[in-house]
Each structure stands twice: as structure tokens, then as C-alpha cells.
Design a protein around this ligand. Structure first.
Ligand code: ATP
Ligand code: MG
Length: 383
């Protein structure tokens, strides 16, 4: 019978909490495979997917490779652990023109041959059945694994597919991703979700200064993230009034600083309303004026009760872009629609703002009222 063997990653380090992590991961795996008929069970310390339609194996593998907390998986054949069955399974493996090594693991010590003897016998069997194959114990082109378990079953597999690793989604709590239409924030969402944070997202739009297409682009990005982070809520609020107010009343070089501070306050309020415990942004140190150390100090200083996570903080744009390509958000991110931060963009944004000066500029605004009005425009989309 064809099966898929699953290996859990880092959560084995979690001591007594392991069971909690494992249960979350199991639920997430079930969730990823919903609407595909299958069996999912643990046997002898192994998690196994079986009883699925042959044609759906690729789809199952594809979905599982996006589940955080899974370390790797293998497509395997499950057979009765007898020498005859193992031999005939090994004979079906195509190893022509390749070097190979047989790895035997024997949890069932009552099996009549030792691991070494079985590996050797199976190696001979492979050599007999494949032209131009050769054993290479150090750098084989193909690994043939035979795993004999206590349930008297053997699992034969030749491939190991790497998954995401990380921690099960939800095991680190829940947070709010500030999602712009750019390259960095979707990557940040992916990276923080990989560390177990389940996220909702918040987008600020400046309609009519920004277009309907800009909003649709963000919804598209949210949908692209979904295969990794599951279903979530995308909060969209209008930032137009806030920007107009800042533009009319504050020093131009502080425009972006004040915008960011108001974004943070709105985000914090949405976190409180939805029991979210962290704010996540796509900022990267020094990337633009608003992402200097001083800018982040001034922006972050309005948040008193939550941590701000910036997973891209130490990454080069190139590195961020390559992750965006890997997770499939890059093409959408580079569509040329403007972001609210490009509206009323000052010529010379301040690079080293201070909290005092920001507070002084904010004195010309009714911040509480602006935040309140911004929240009143909130639309929630279920992704
Ligand atoms: P990105 O590629 O994520 O847009 P960026 O390099 O364009 O990032 P900025 O525009 O300075 O950087 O934004 C920094 C961070 O602020 C973004 O990564 C995002 O988390 C947040 N942000 C910016 N604009 C918006 C917006 N319109 N809605 C929600 N969050 C935003
Ligand atoms: Mg942006």
C-alpha cells in the first residue's frame, strides 16, 4: 500500500509541551487535507497518511510541504515485514545506471536478519536487478530506506522531501500583520507564521488616491499567503482622512513618521478588539527613511502593550525577494499599483526623527478622533 510518512521538526525539542505542539500540528495537517479522503494515524512513533486516491498523492504532498512544523516527508510503500515482501518491493525500485546505498532501520529486533545483513542482502538484490548500478556507501545517488517497525510492517522509500520546518501555526499565539501591497510584508507574514504565529492582516488604503486595483492586489496577496497561513481575516481601513489631515497640518518631513505612528495605533486597537498579541511589519533596517533605527524607535514608541515583530529586519532586499518568489507572492507584489505611503510623499522625509518632534507635530491633530474615524471605515474580508 502506498503511504506518506511524516516527520515532525523542531517540536521534539519542546519537552513536556511536546504533546501540545503535536496536537496543534495534527489539527493543522487535518485542516490542510480537508476535502481529500485519506487516513491519518500514528503507529509506532510514526505519523502516516494512507488510503488516498493514487491520483491525489501529488496534491497531498504539495499541501503538506506548506504545513509549518513538518520537517520532511517520504512517499513510501507499506508492506508486511517479511523477507519475501521486502525483497519483492526492492525489486520494483529502478536504480539503473545509479549508485545507491541501502539503509535499514530495525525497530523490531525479532526480525530474523540484523540490519547489516539485511542491507547487504538487499544491496545484492538491487545489483542483480539493475544494469550498471553500484553500491556507494559515502555519496550514493540514490538512498533506499527500509524501515522495519514494531507493528510488523516495513516501509520502503527512496525520496525525502523537505518541508517548511518551523513551529505549528497557532502554537505561538496570534498577531496582526500590516500588509501593504509591497514585497516585504507578505514575506514577513510568511516568516512569522513559520514561527507559529497565526496571523490576521490589516491593510490601509487611500481611496480615491489609491485605486481599486491596489486593494484587489492586496486581497490577491492575502489569498496567496493562505496556502501557508490558512484562513484568516483581512481588515481593510481607509487612511485617506488621516493622510489629508497630516498633509494639511504637519511638517512635510514628518508626514511618514506621523502616518506610521497612527497606523500603529489603529493596529493596536484592532489587536485589542480581536485578542491579537503582536504587530508584525515588513520593515528592514535602513531600507528607506522610515526604516532607520530612529524612525522605528519613534514609530514603535506609541505601542505600549504589544511586541512589534519585524522578521525582515536584517535581510537584504535580494533575500526578501527570493523568499517572495519561493512562496509565490513576488509576481503580485511587483504589480505597479501605488501604496498609501506613496500618496503625498514628501521630498525629504526625516531620517532621524525624534519622539519630541513627532509629538509636537501630532499636537496639531486630533489623534484620538482620527484613529476612531479610521476604525469606523473598517471592512473585514474572510480570506
Ligand atoms: P512592503 O514591501 O512590505 O510594502 P516597503 O519596503 O514598501 O514594504 P514601507 O512602505 O516603508 O516599506 O512599509 C513598511 C511596512 O509598513 C510594510 O512592510 C508594512 O508592514 C507596513 N505598511 C506600509 N504600508 C502599508 C499599508 N498600506 N497597509 C498596511 N501596512 C502597511
Ligand atoms: Mg510598501
Amino acid at each position: 500500500m502506498k503511504v506518506i510518512l511524516l516527520r515532525f521538526g523542531e517540536l521534539y525539542l519542546k519537552g513536556n509541551n511536546r504533546r501540545i505542539f503535536e496536537n496543534i500540528l495534527i489539527k493543522n495537517i487535518e485542516c490542510a487535507l480537508q476535502n481529500i479522503e485519506h487516513k491519518f494515524y500514528e503507529t509506532c512513533g510514526r505519523y502516516i497518511i494512507s488510503n488516498y486516491q493514487d491520483g491525489l498523492e501529488d496534491e497531498i504532498v504539495e499541501r503538506l510541504t506548506k504545513v509549518f512544523g513538518l520537517y520532511s516527508l517520504s512517499r513510501a510503500e507499506e508492506i508486511d515485514a517479511t523477507i519475501d515482501e521486502i525483497n519483492s518491493s526492492i525489486r520494483r525500485i529502478n536504480c539503473q545506471d545509479k549508485t545507491f546505498k541501502v539503509f535499514v532501520k530495525r525497530a523490531d529486533k525479532s526480525f530474523p536478519l540484523s540490519s547489516m545483513d539485511l542491507a547487504k542482502a538487499l544491496g545484492d538484490e538491487v545489483l542483480k536487478n539493475n544494469k550498471n548500478s553500484a553500491v556507494d556507501l559515502y555519496n550514493p545517488q540514490m538512498e533506499i530506506h527500509v524501515d522495519i517497525r514494531l507493528n510488523k510492517k516495513a516501509y520502503i522509500f527512496t525520496d525525502t522531501i523537505k518541508c517548511q520546518g518551523g513551529l505549528p501555526l497557532g502554537s505561538s499565539g496570534r498577531g496582526l500583520l500590516l500588509l501593504s501591497g509591497g514585497i516585504d510584508s507578505p514575506v514577513s507574514g510568511y516568516l512569522i507564521a513559520k514561527r507559529g504565529l497565526k496571523i490576521d492582516a490589516l491593510h490601509f488604503q487611500s481611496y480615491p488616491y489609491t485605486s481599486i486595483e491596489a486593494k484587489e492586489k492586496v486581497i490577491e496577496l492575502a489569498n496567496e499567503l493562505k496556502s501557508y497561513i490558512g484562513e484568516f481575516k483581512l481588515h481593510i481601513v481607509s487612511f485617506t482622512k488621516v493622510q489629508e489631515a497630516i498633509h494639511m497640518n504637519c511638517a512635510p518631513e514628518y508626514m511618514i513618521t506621523i502616518m506610521r505612528r497612527i497606523m500603529m495605533r489603529v493596529a493596536e486597537e484592532i489587536c485589542h478588539q480581536n485578542s491579537l498579541g503582536a504587530i508584525v511589519t515588513g520593515e528592514s533596517l535602513g531600507q528607506v527613511a522610515s526604516q532607520t533605527m530612529q524612525s522605528m524607535t519613534v514609530t514603535g514608541s506609541v505601542i505600549k502593550s504589544l511586541p512589534i515583530f519585524r522578521p525582515c529586519i536584517a535581510m537584504d532586499k535580494e533575500e526578501i525577494m527570493s523568499i517572495a518568489e519561493k512562496i509565490g507572492t513576488y509576481k503580485t507584489s511587483i504589480l505597479p499599483y501605488e501604496d498609501c505611503c506613496t500618496v503625498f510623499l514628501p521630498k525629504n522625509p526625516v531620517i532621524k526623527p525624534t519622539i519630541d518632534k513627532a509629538e509636537k507635530e501630532e499636537g496639531y491633530l486630533n489623534i484620538d478622533q482620527l484613529v476612531k474615524e479610521c476604525l469606523q471605515t473598517k471592512e473585514v474580508i474572510d480570506i
